[in-house]
Design a protein around this ligand. Structure first.
Ligand SMILES: NC(=O)c1ccc[n+]([C@@H]2O[C@H](COP(=O)([O-])OP(=O)(O)OC[C@H]3O[C@@H](n4cnc5c(N)ncnc54)[C@H](OP(=O)(O)O)[C@@H]3O)[C@@H](O)[C@H]2O)c1
Length: 307
């Protein structure tokens, strides 16, 4: 089976290239080779690849910057997935896409299910919702996996920022009233691989019978403050690094509003595909254990991560 992966240098895309390799021939394209804003290039790339499945891990993910660039974010997150899905469908290929907890407003008291009404409160969330709708409008064999708080040993993410700042500063204040499940990019890729493996080489047929939106996030939940505490504990003990202090969202204004509740109920994914991600703490621990590129490893050795 031939698998076209976009966004191959991103957190999830990088892991997909590795996790899906045992399933077939990988054609990986990154931003430098395919700009999602170029519709003709999208169609050409899919048609030339002739894949059995297109996995779209490329996205405009700069949540705060999107407030000032909503048009561009909507083009990449809203329009491009529809173009990719349509071309995949035309070629008889399945289409797998990733979306976000930020399609919700975060006012629900319990984890969000796929049946809950969407109501994004920032430009990024609106652009991702537009993408979900564009993909669903094409129909056919598609899967939209909504995930949350993605991190990896590489790329731009909360752990790498916190670990760098913790080495530079005496004290860090971290938001404690937004809750969600930090989700390791490697497990998003592993879950995608498990779903595709179950298709037995016929992703279009398999996903055609199960198409729709599924929530895919690690088990449990924490706040950004709780996440930071776990990271520093994994880095060798908070005492040697910055002191952490919890603050409310209102004390840390950002251009984009964030949902207070980002928790995703993943029951549907488990019931349909028998895939269930472990607790978020396990992901953090394993990510630390085997990724020497994480700044924490340098911190443990007493070396500044940027030195
Ligand atoms: N990160 C999160 O916390 C989070 C949470 C929920 C859902 N998600 C979703 O999960 C998926 C994967 O996210 P991620 O964390 O892996 O994101 P990421 O690390 O930011 O990777 C996104 C990739 O898309 C590429 N890209 C950006 N603009 C592009 C364009 N115009 N054309 C082609 N490629 C472009 C980026 O390349 P450059 O860096 O070169 O621009 C980057 O390699 C996305 O759909 C995202 O919306 C992410």
């Amino acid at each position: 089976m031939r698998i076209l992966i976009t966004g191959s240098q991103g957190q999830v895309g990088w892991e997909l290239v590795r996790a899906l390799a045992p399933l077939g021939e990988i054609i990986a394209v990154d931003h430098a080779h395919l700009d999602l804003a170029d519709c003709a290039a999208l169609r050409r790339t899919v048609a030339e690849a002739g894949p059995a499945v297109v996995v779209n891990a490329a996205a405009y993910t700069a949540v705060d910057r999107a407030e000032a660039e909503e048009g561009l974010a909507t083009q990449i997150n809203g329009a491009a997935p529809g173009v990719l899905a349509a071309e995949a469908s035309r070629c008889g290929a399945a289409f797998i896409h990733y979306s976000t907890d930020y399609v919700f407003d975060g006012t629900k008291a319990t984890p969000y299910t796929e049946a809950d009404p969407v109501a994004p409160i920032n430009a990024y969330g609106r652009s991702k919702l537009a993408g979900e709708r564009a993909v669903a409008a094409v129909g056919g064999s598609y899967l939209i996996l909504r995930t949350s708080w993605v991190y990896a040993a590489r790329g731009h993410n909360f752990p790498r920022t916190i670990l760098r700042l913790a080495a530079e500063r005496d004290r860090l204040t971290i938001v404690d009233d937004q809750i969600g499940a930090p989700t390791w990019a490697r497990w998003i890729a592993a879950a995608t691989a498990a779903i595709l493996a179950a298709s037995r080489g016929d992703p279009a047929g398999y996903l055609g019978e199960r198409c729709g939106i599924y929530h895919l996030a690690c088990g449990g939940a924490t706040s950004w403050y709780g996440f930071a505490r776990a990271l520093l504990a994994g880095a060798g003990g908070e005492g040697r690094l910055a002191e952490l202090a919890p603050i409310p969202t209102r004390a840390y204004p950002t251009p984009a509003a964030r949902p207070a509740n980002s928790r995703l109920d993943c029951t549907r994914l488990g019931a349909t595909f028998h895939v269930c991600l472990p607790p978020w703490e396990t992901g953090v621990r394993l990510c630390f254990a085997d990724d020497s590129s994480l700044p924490a490893t340098a911190l443990r050795k007493g070396v500044h991560p940027d030195s």
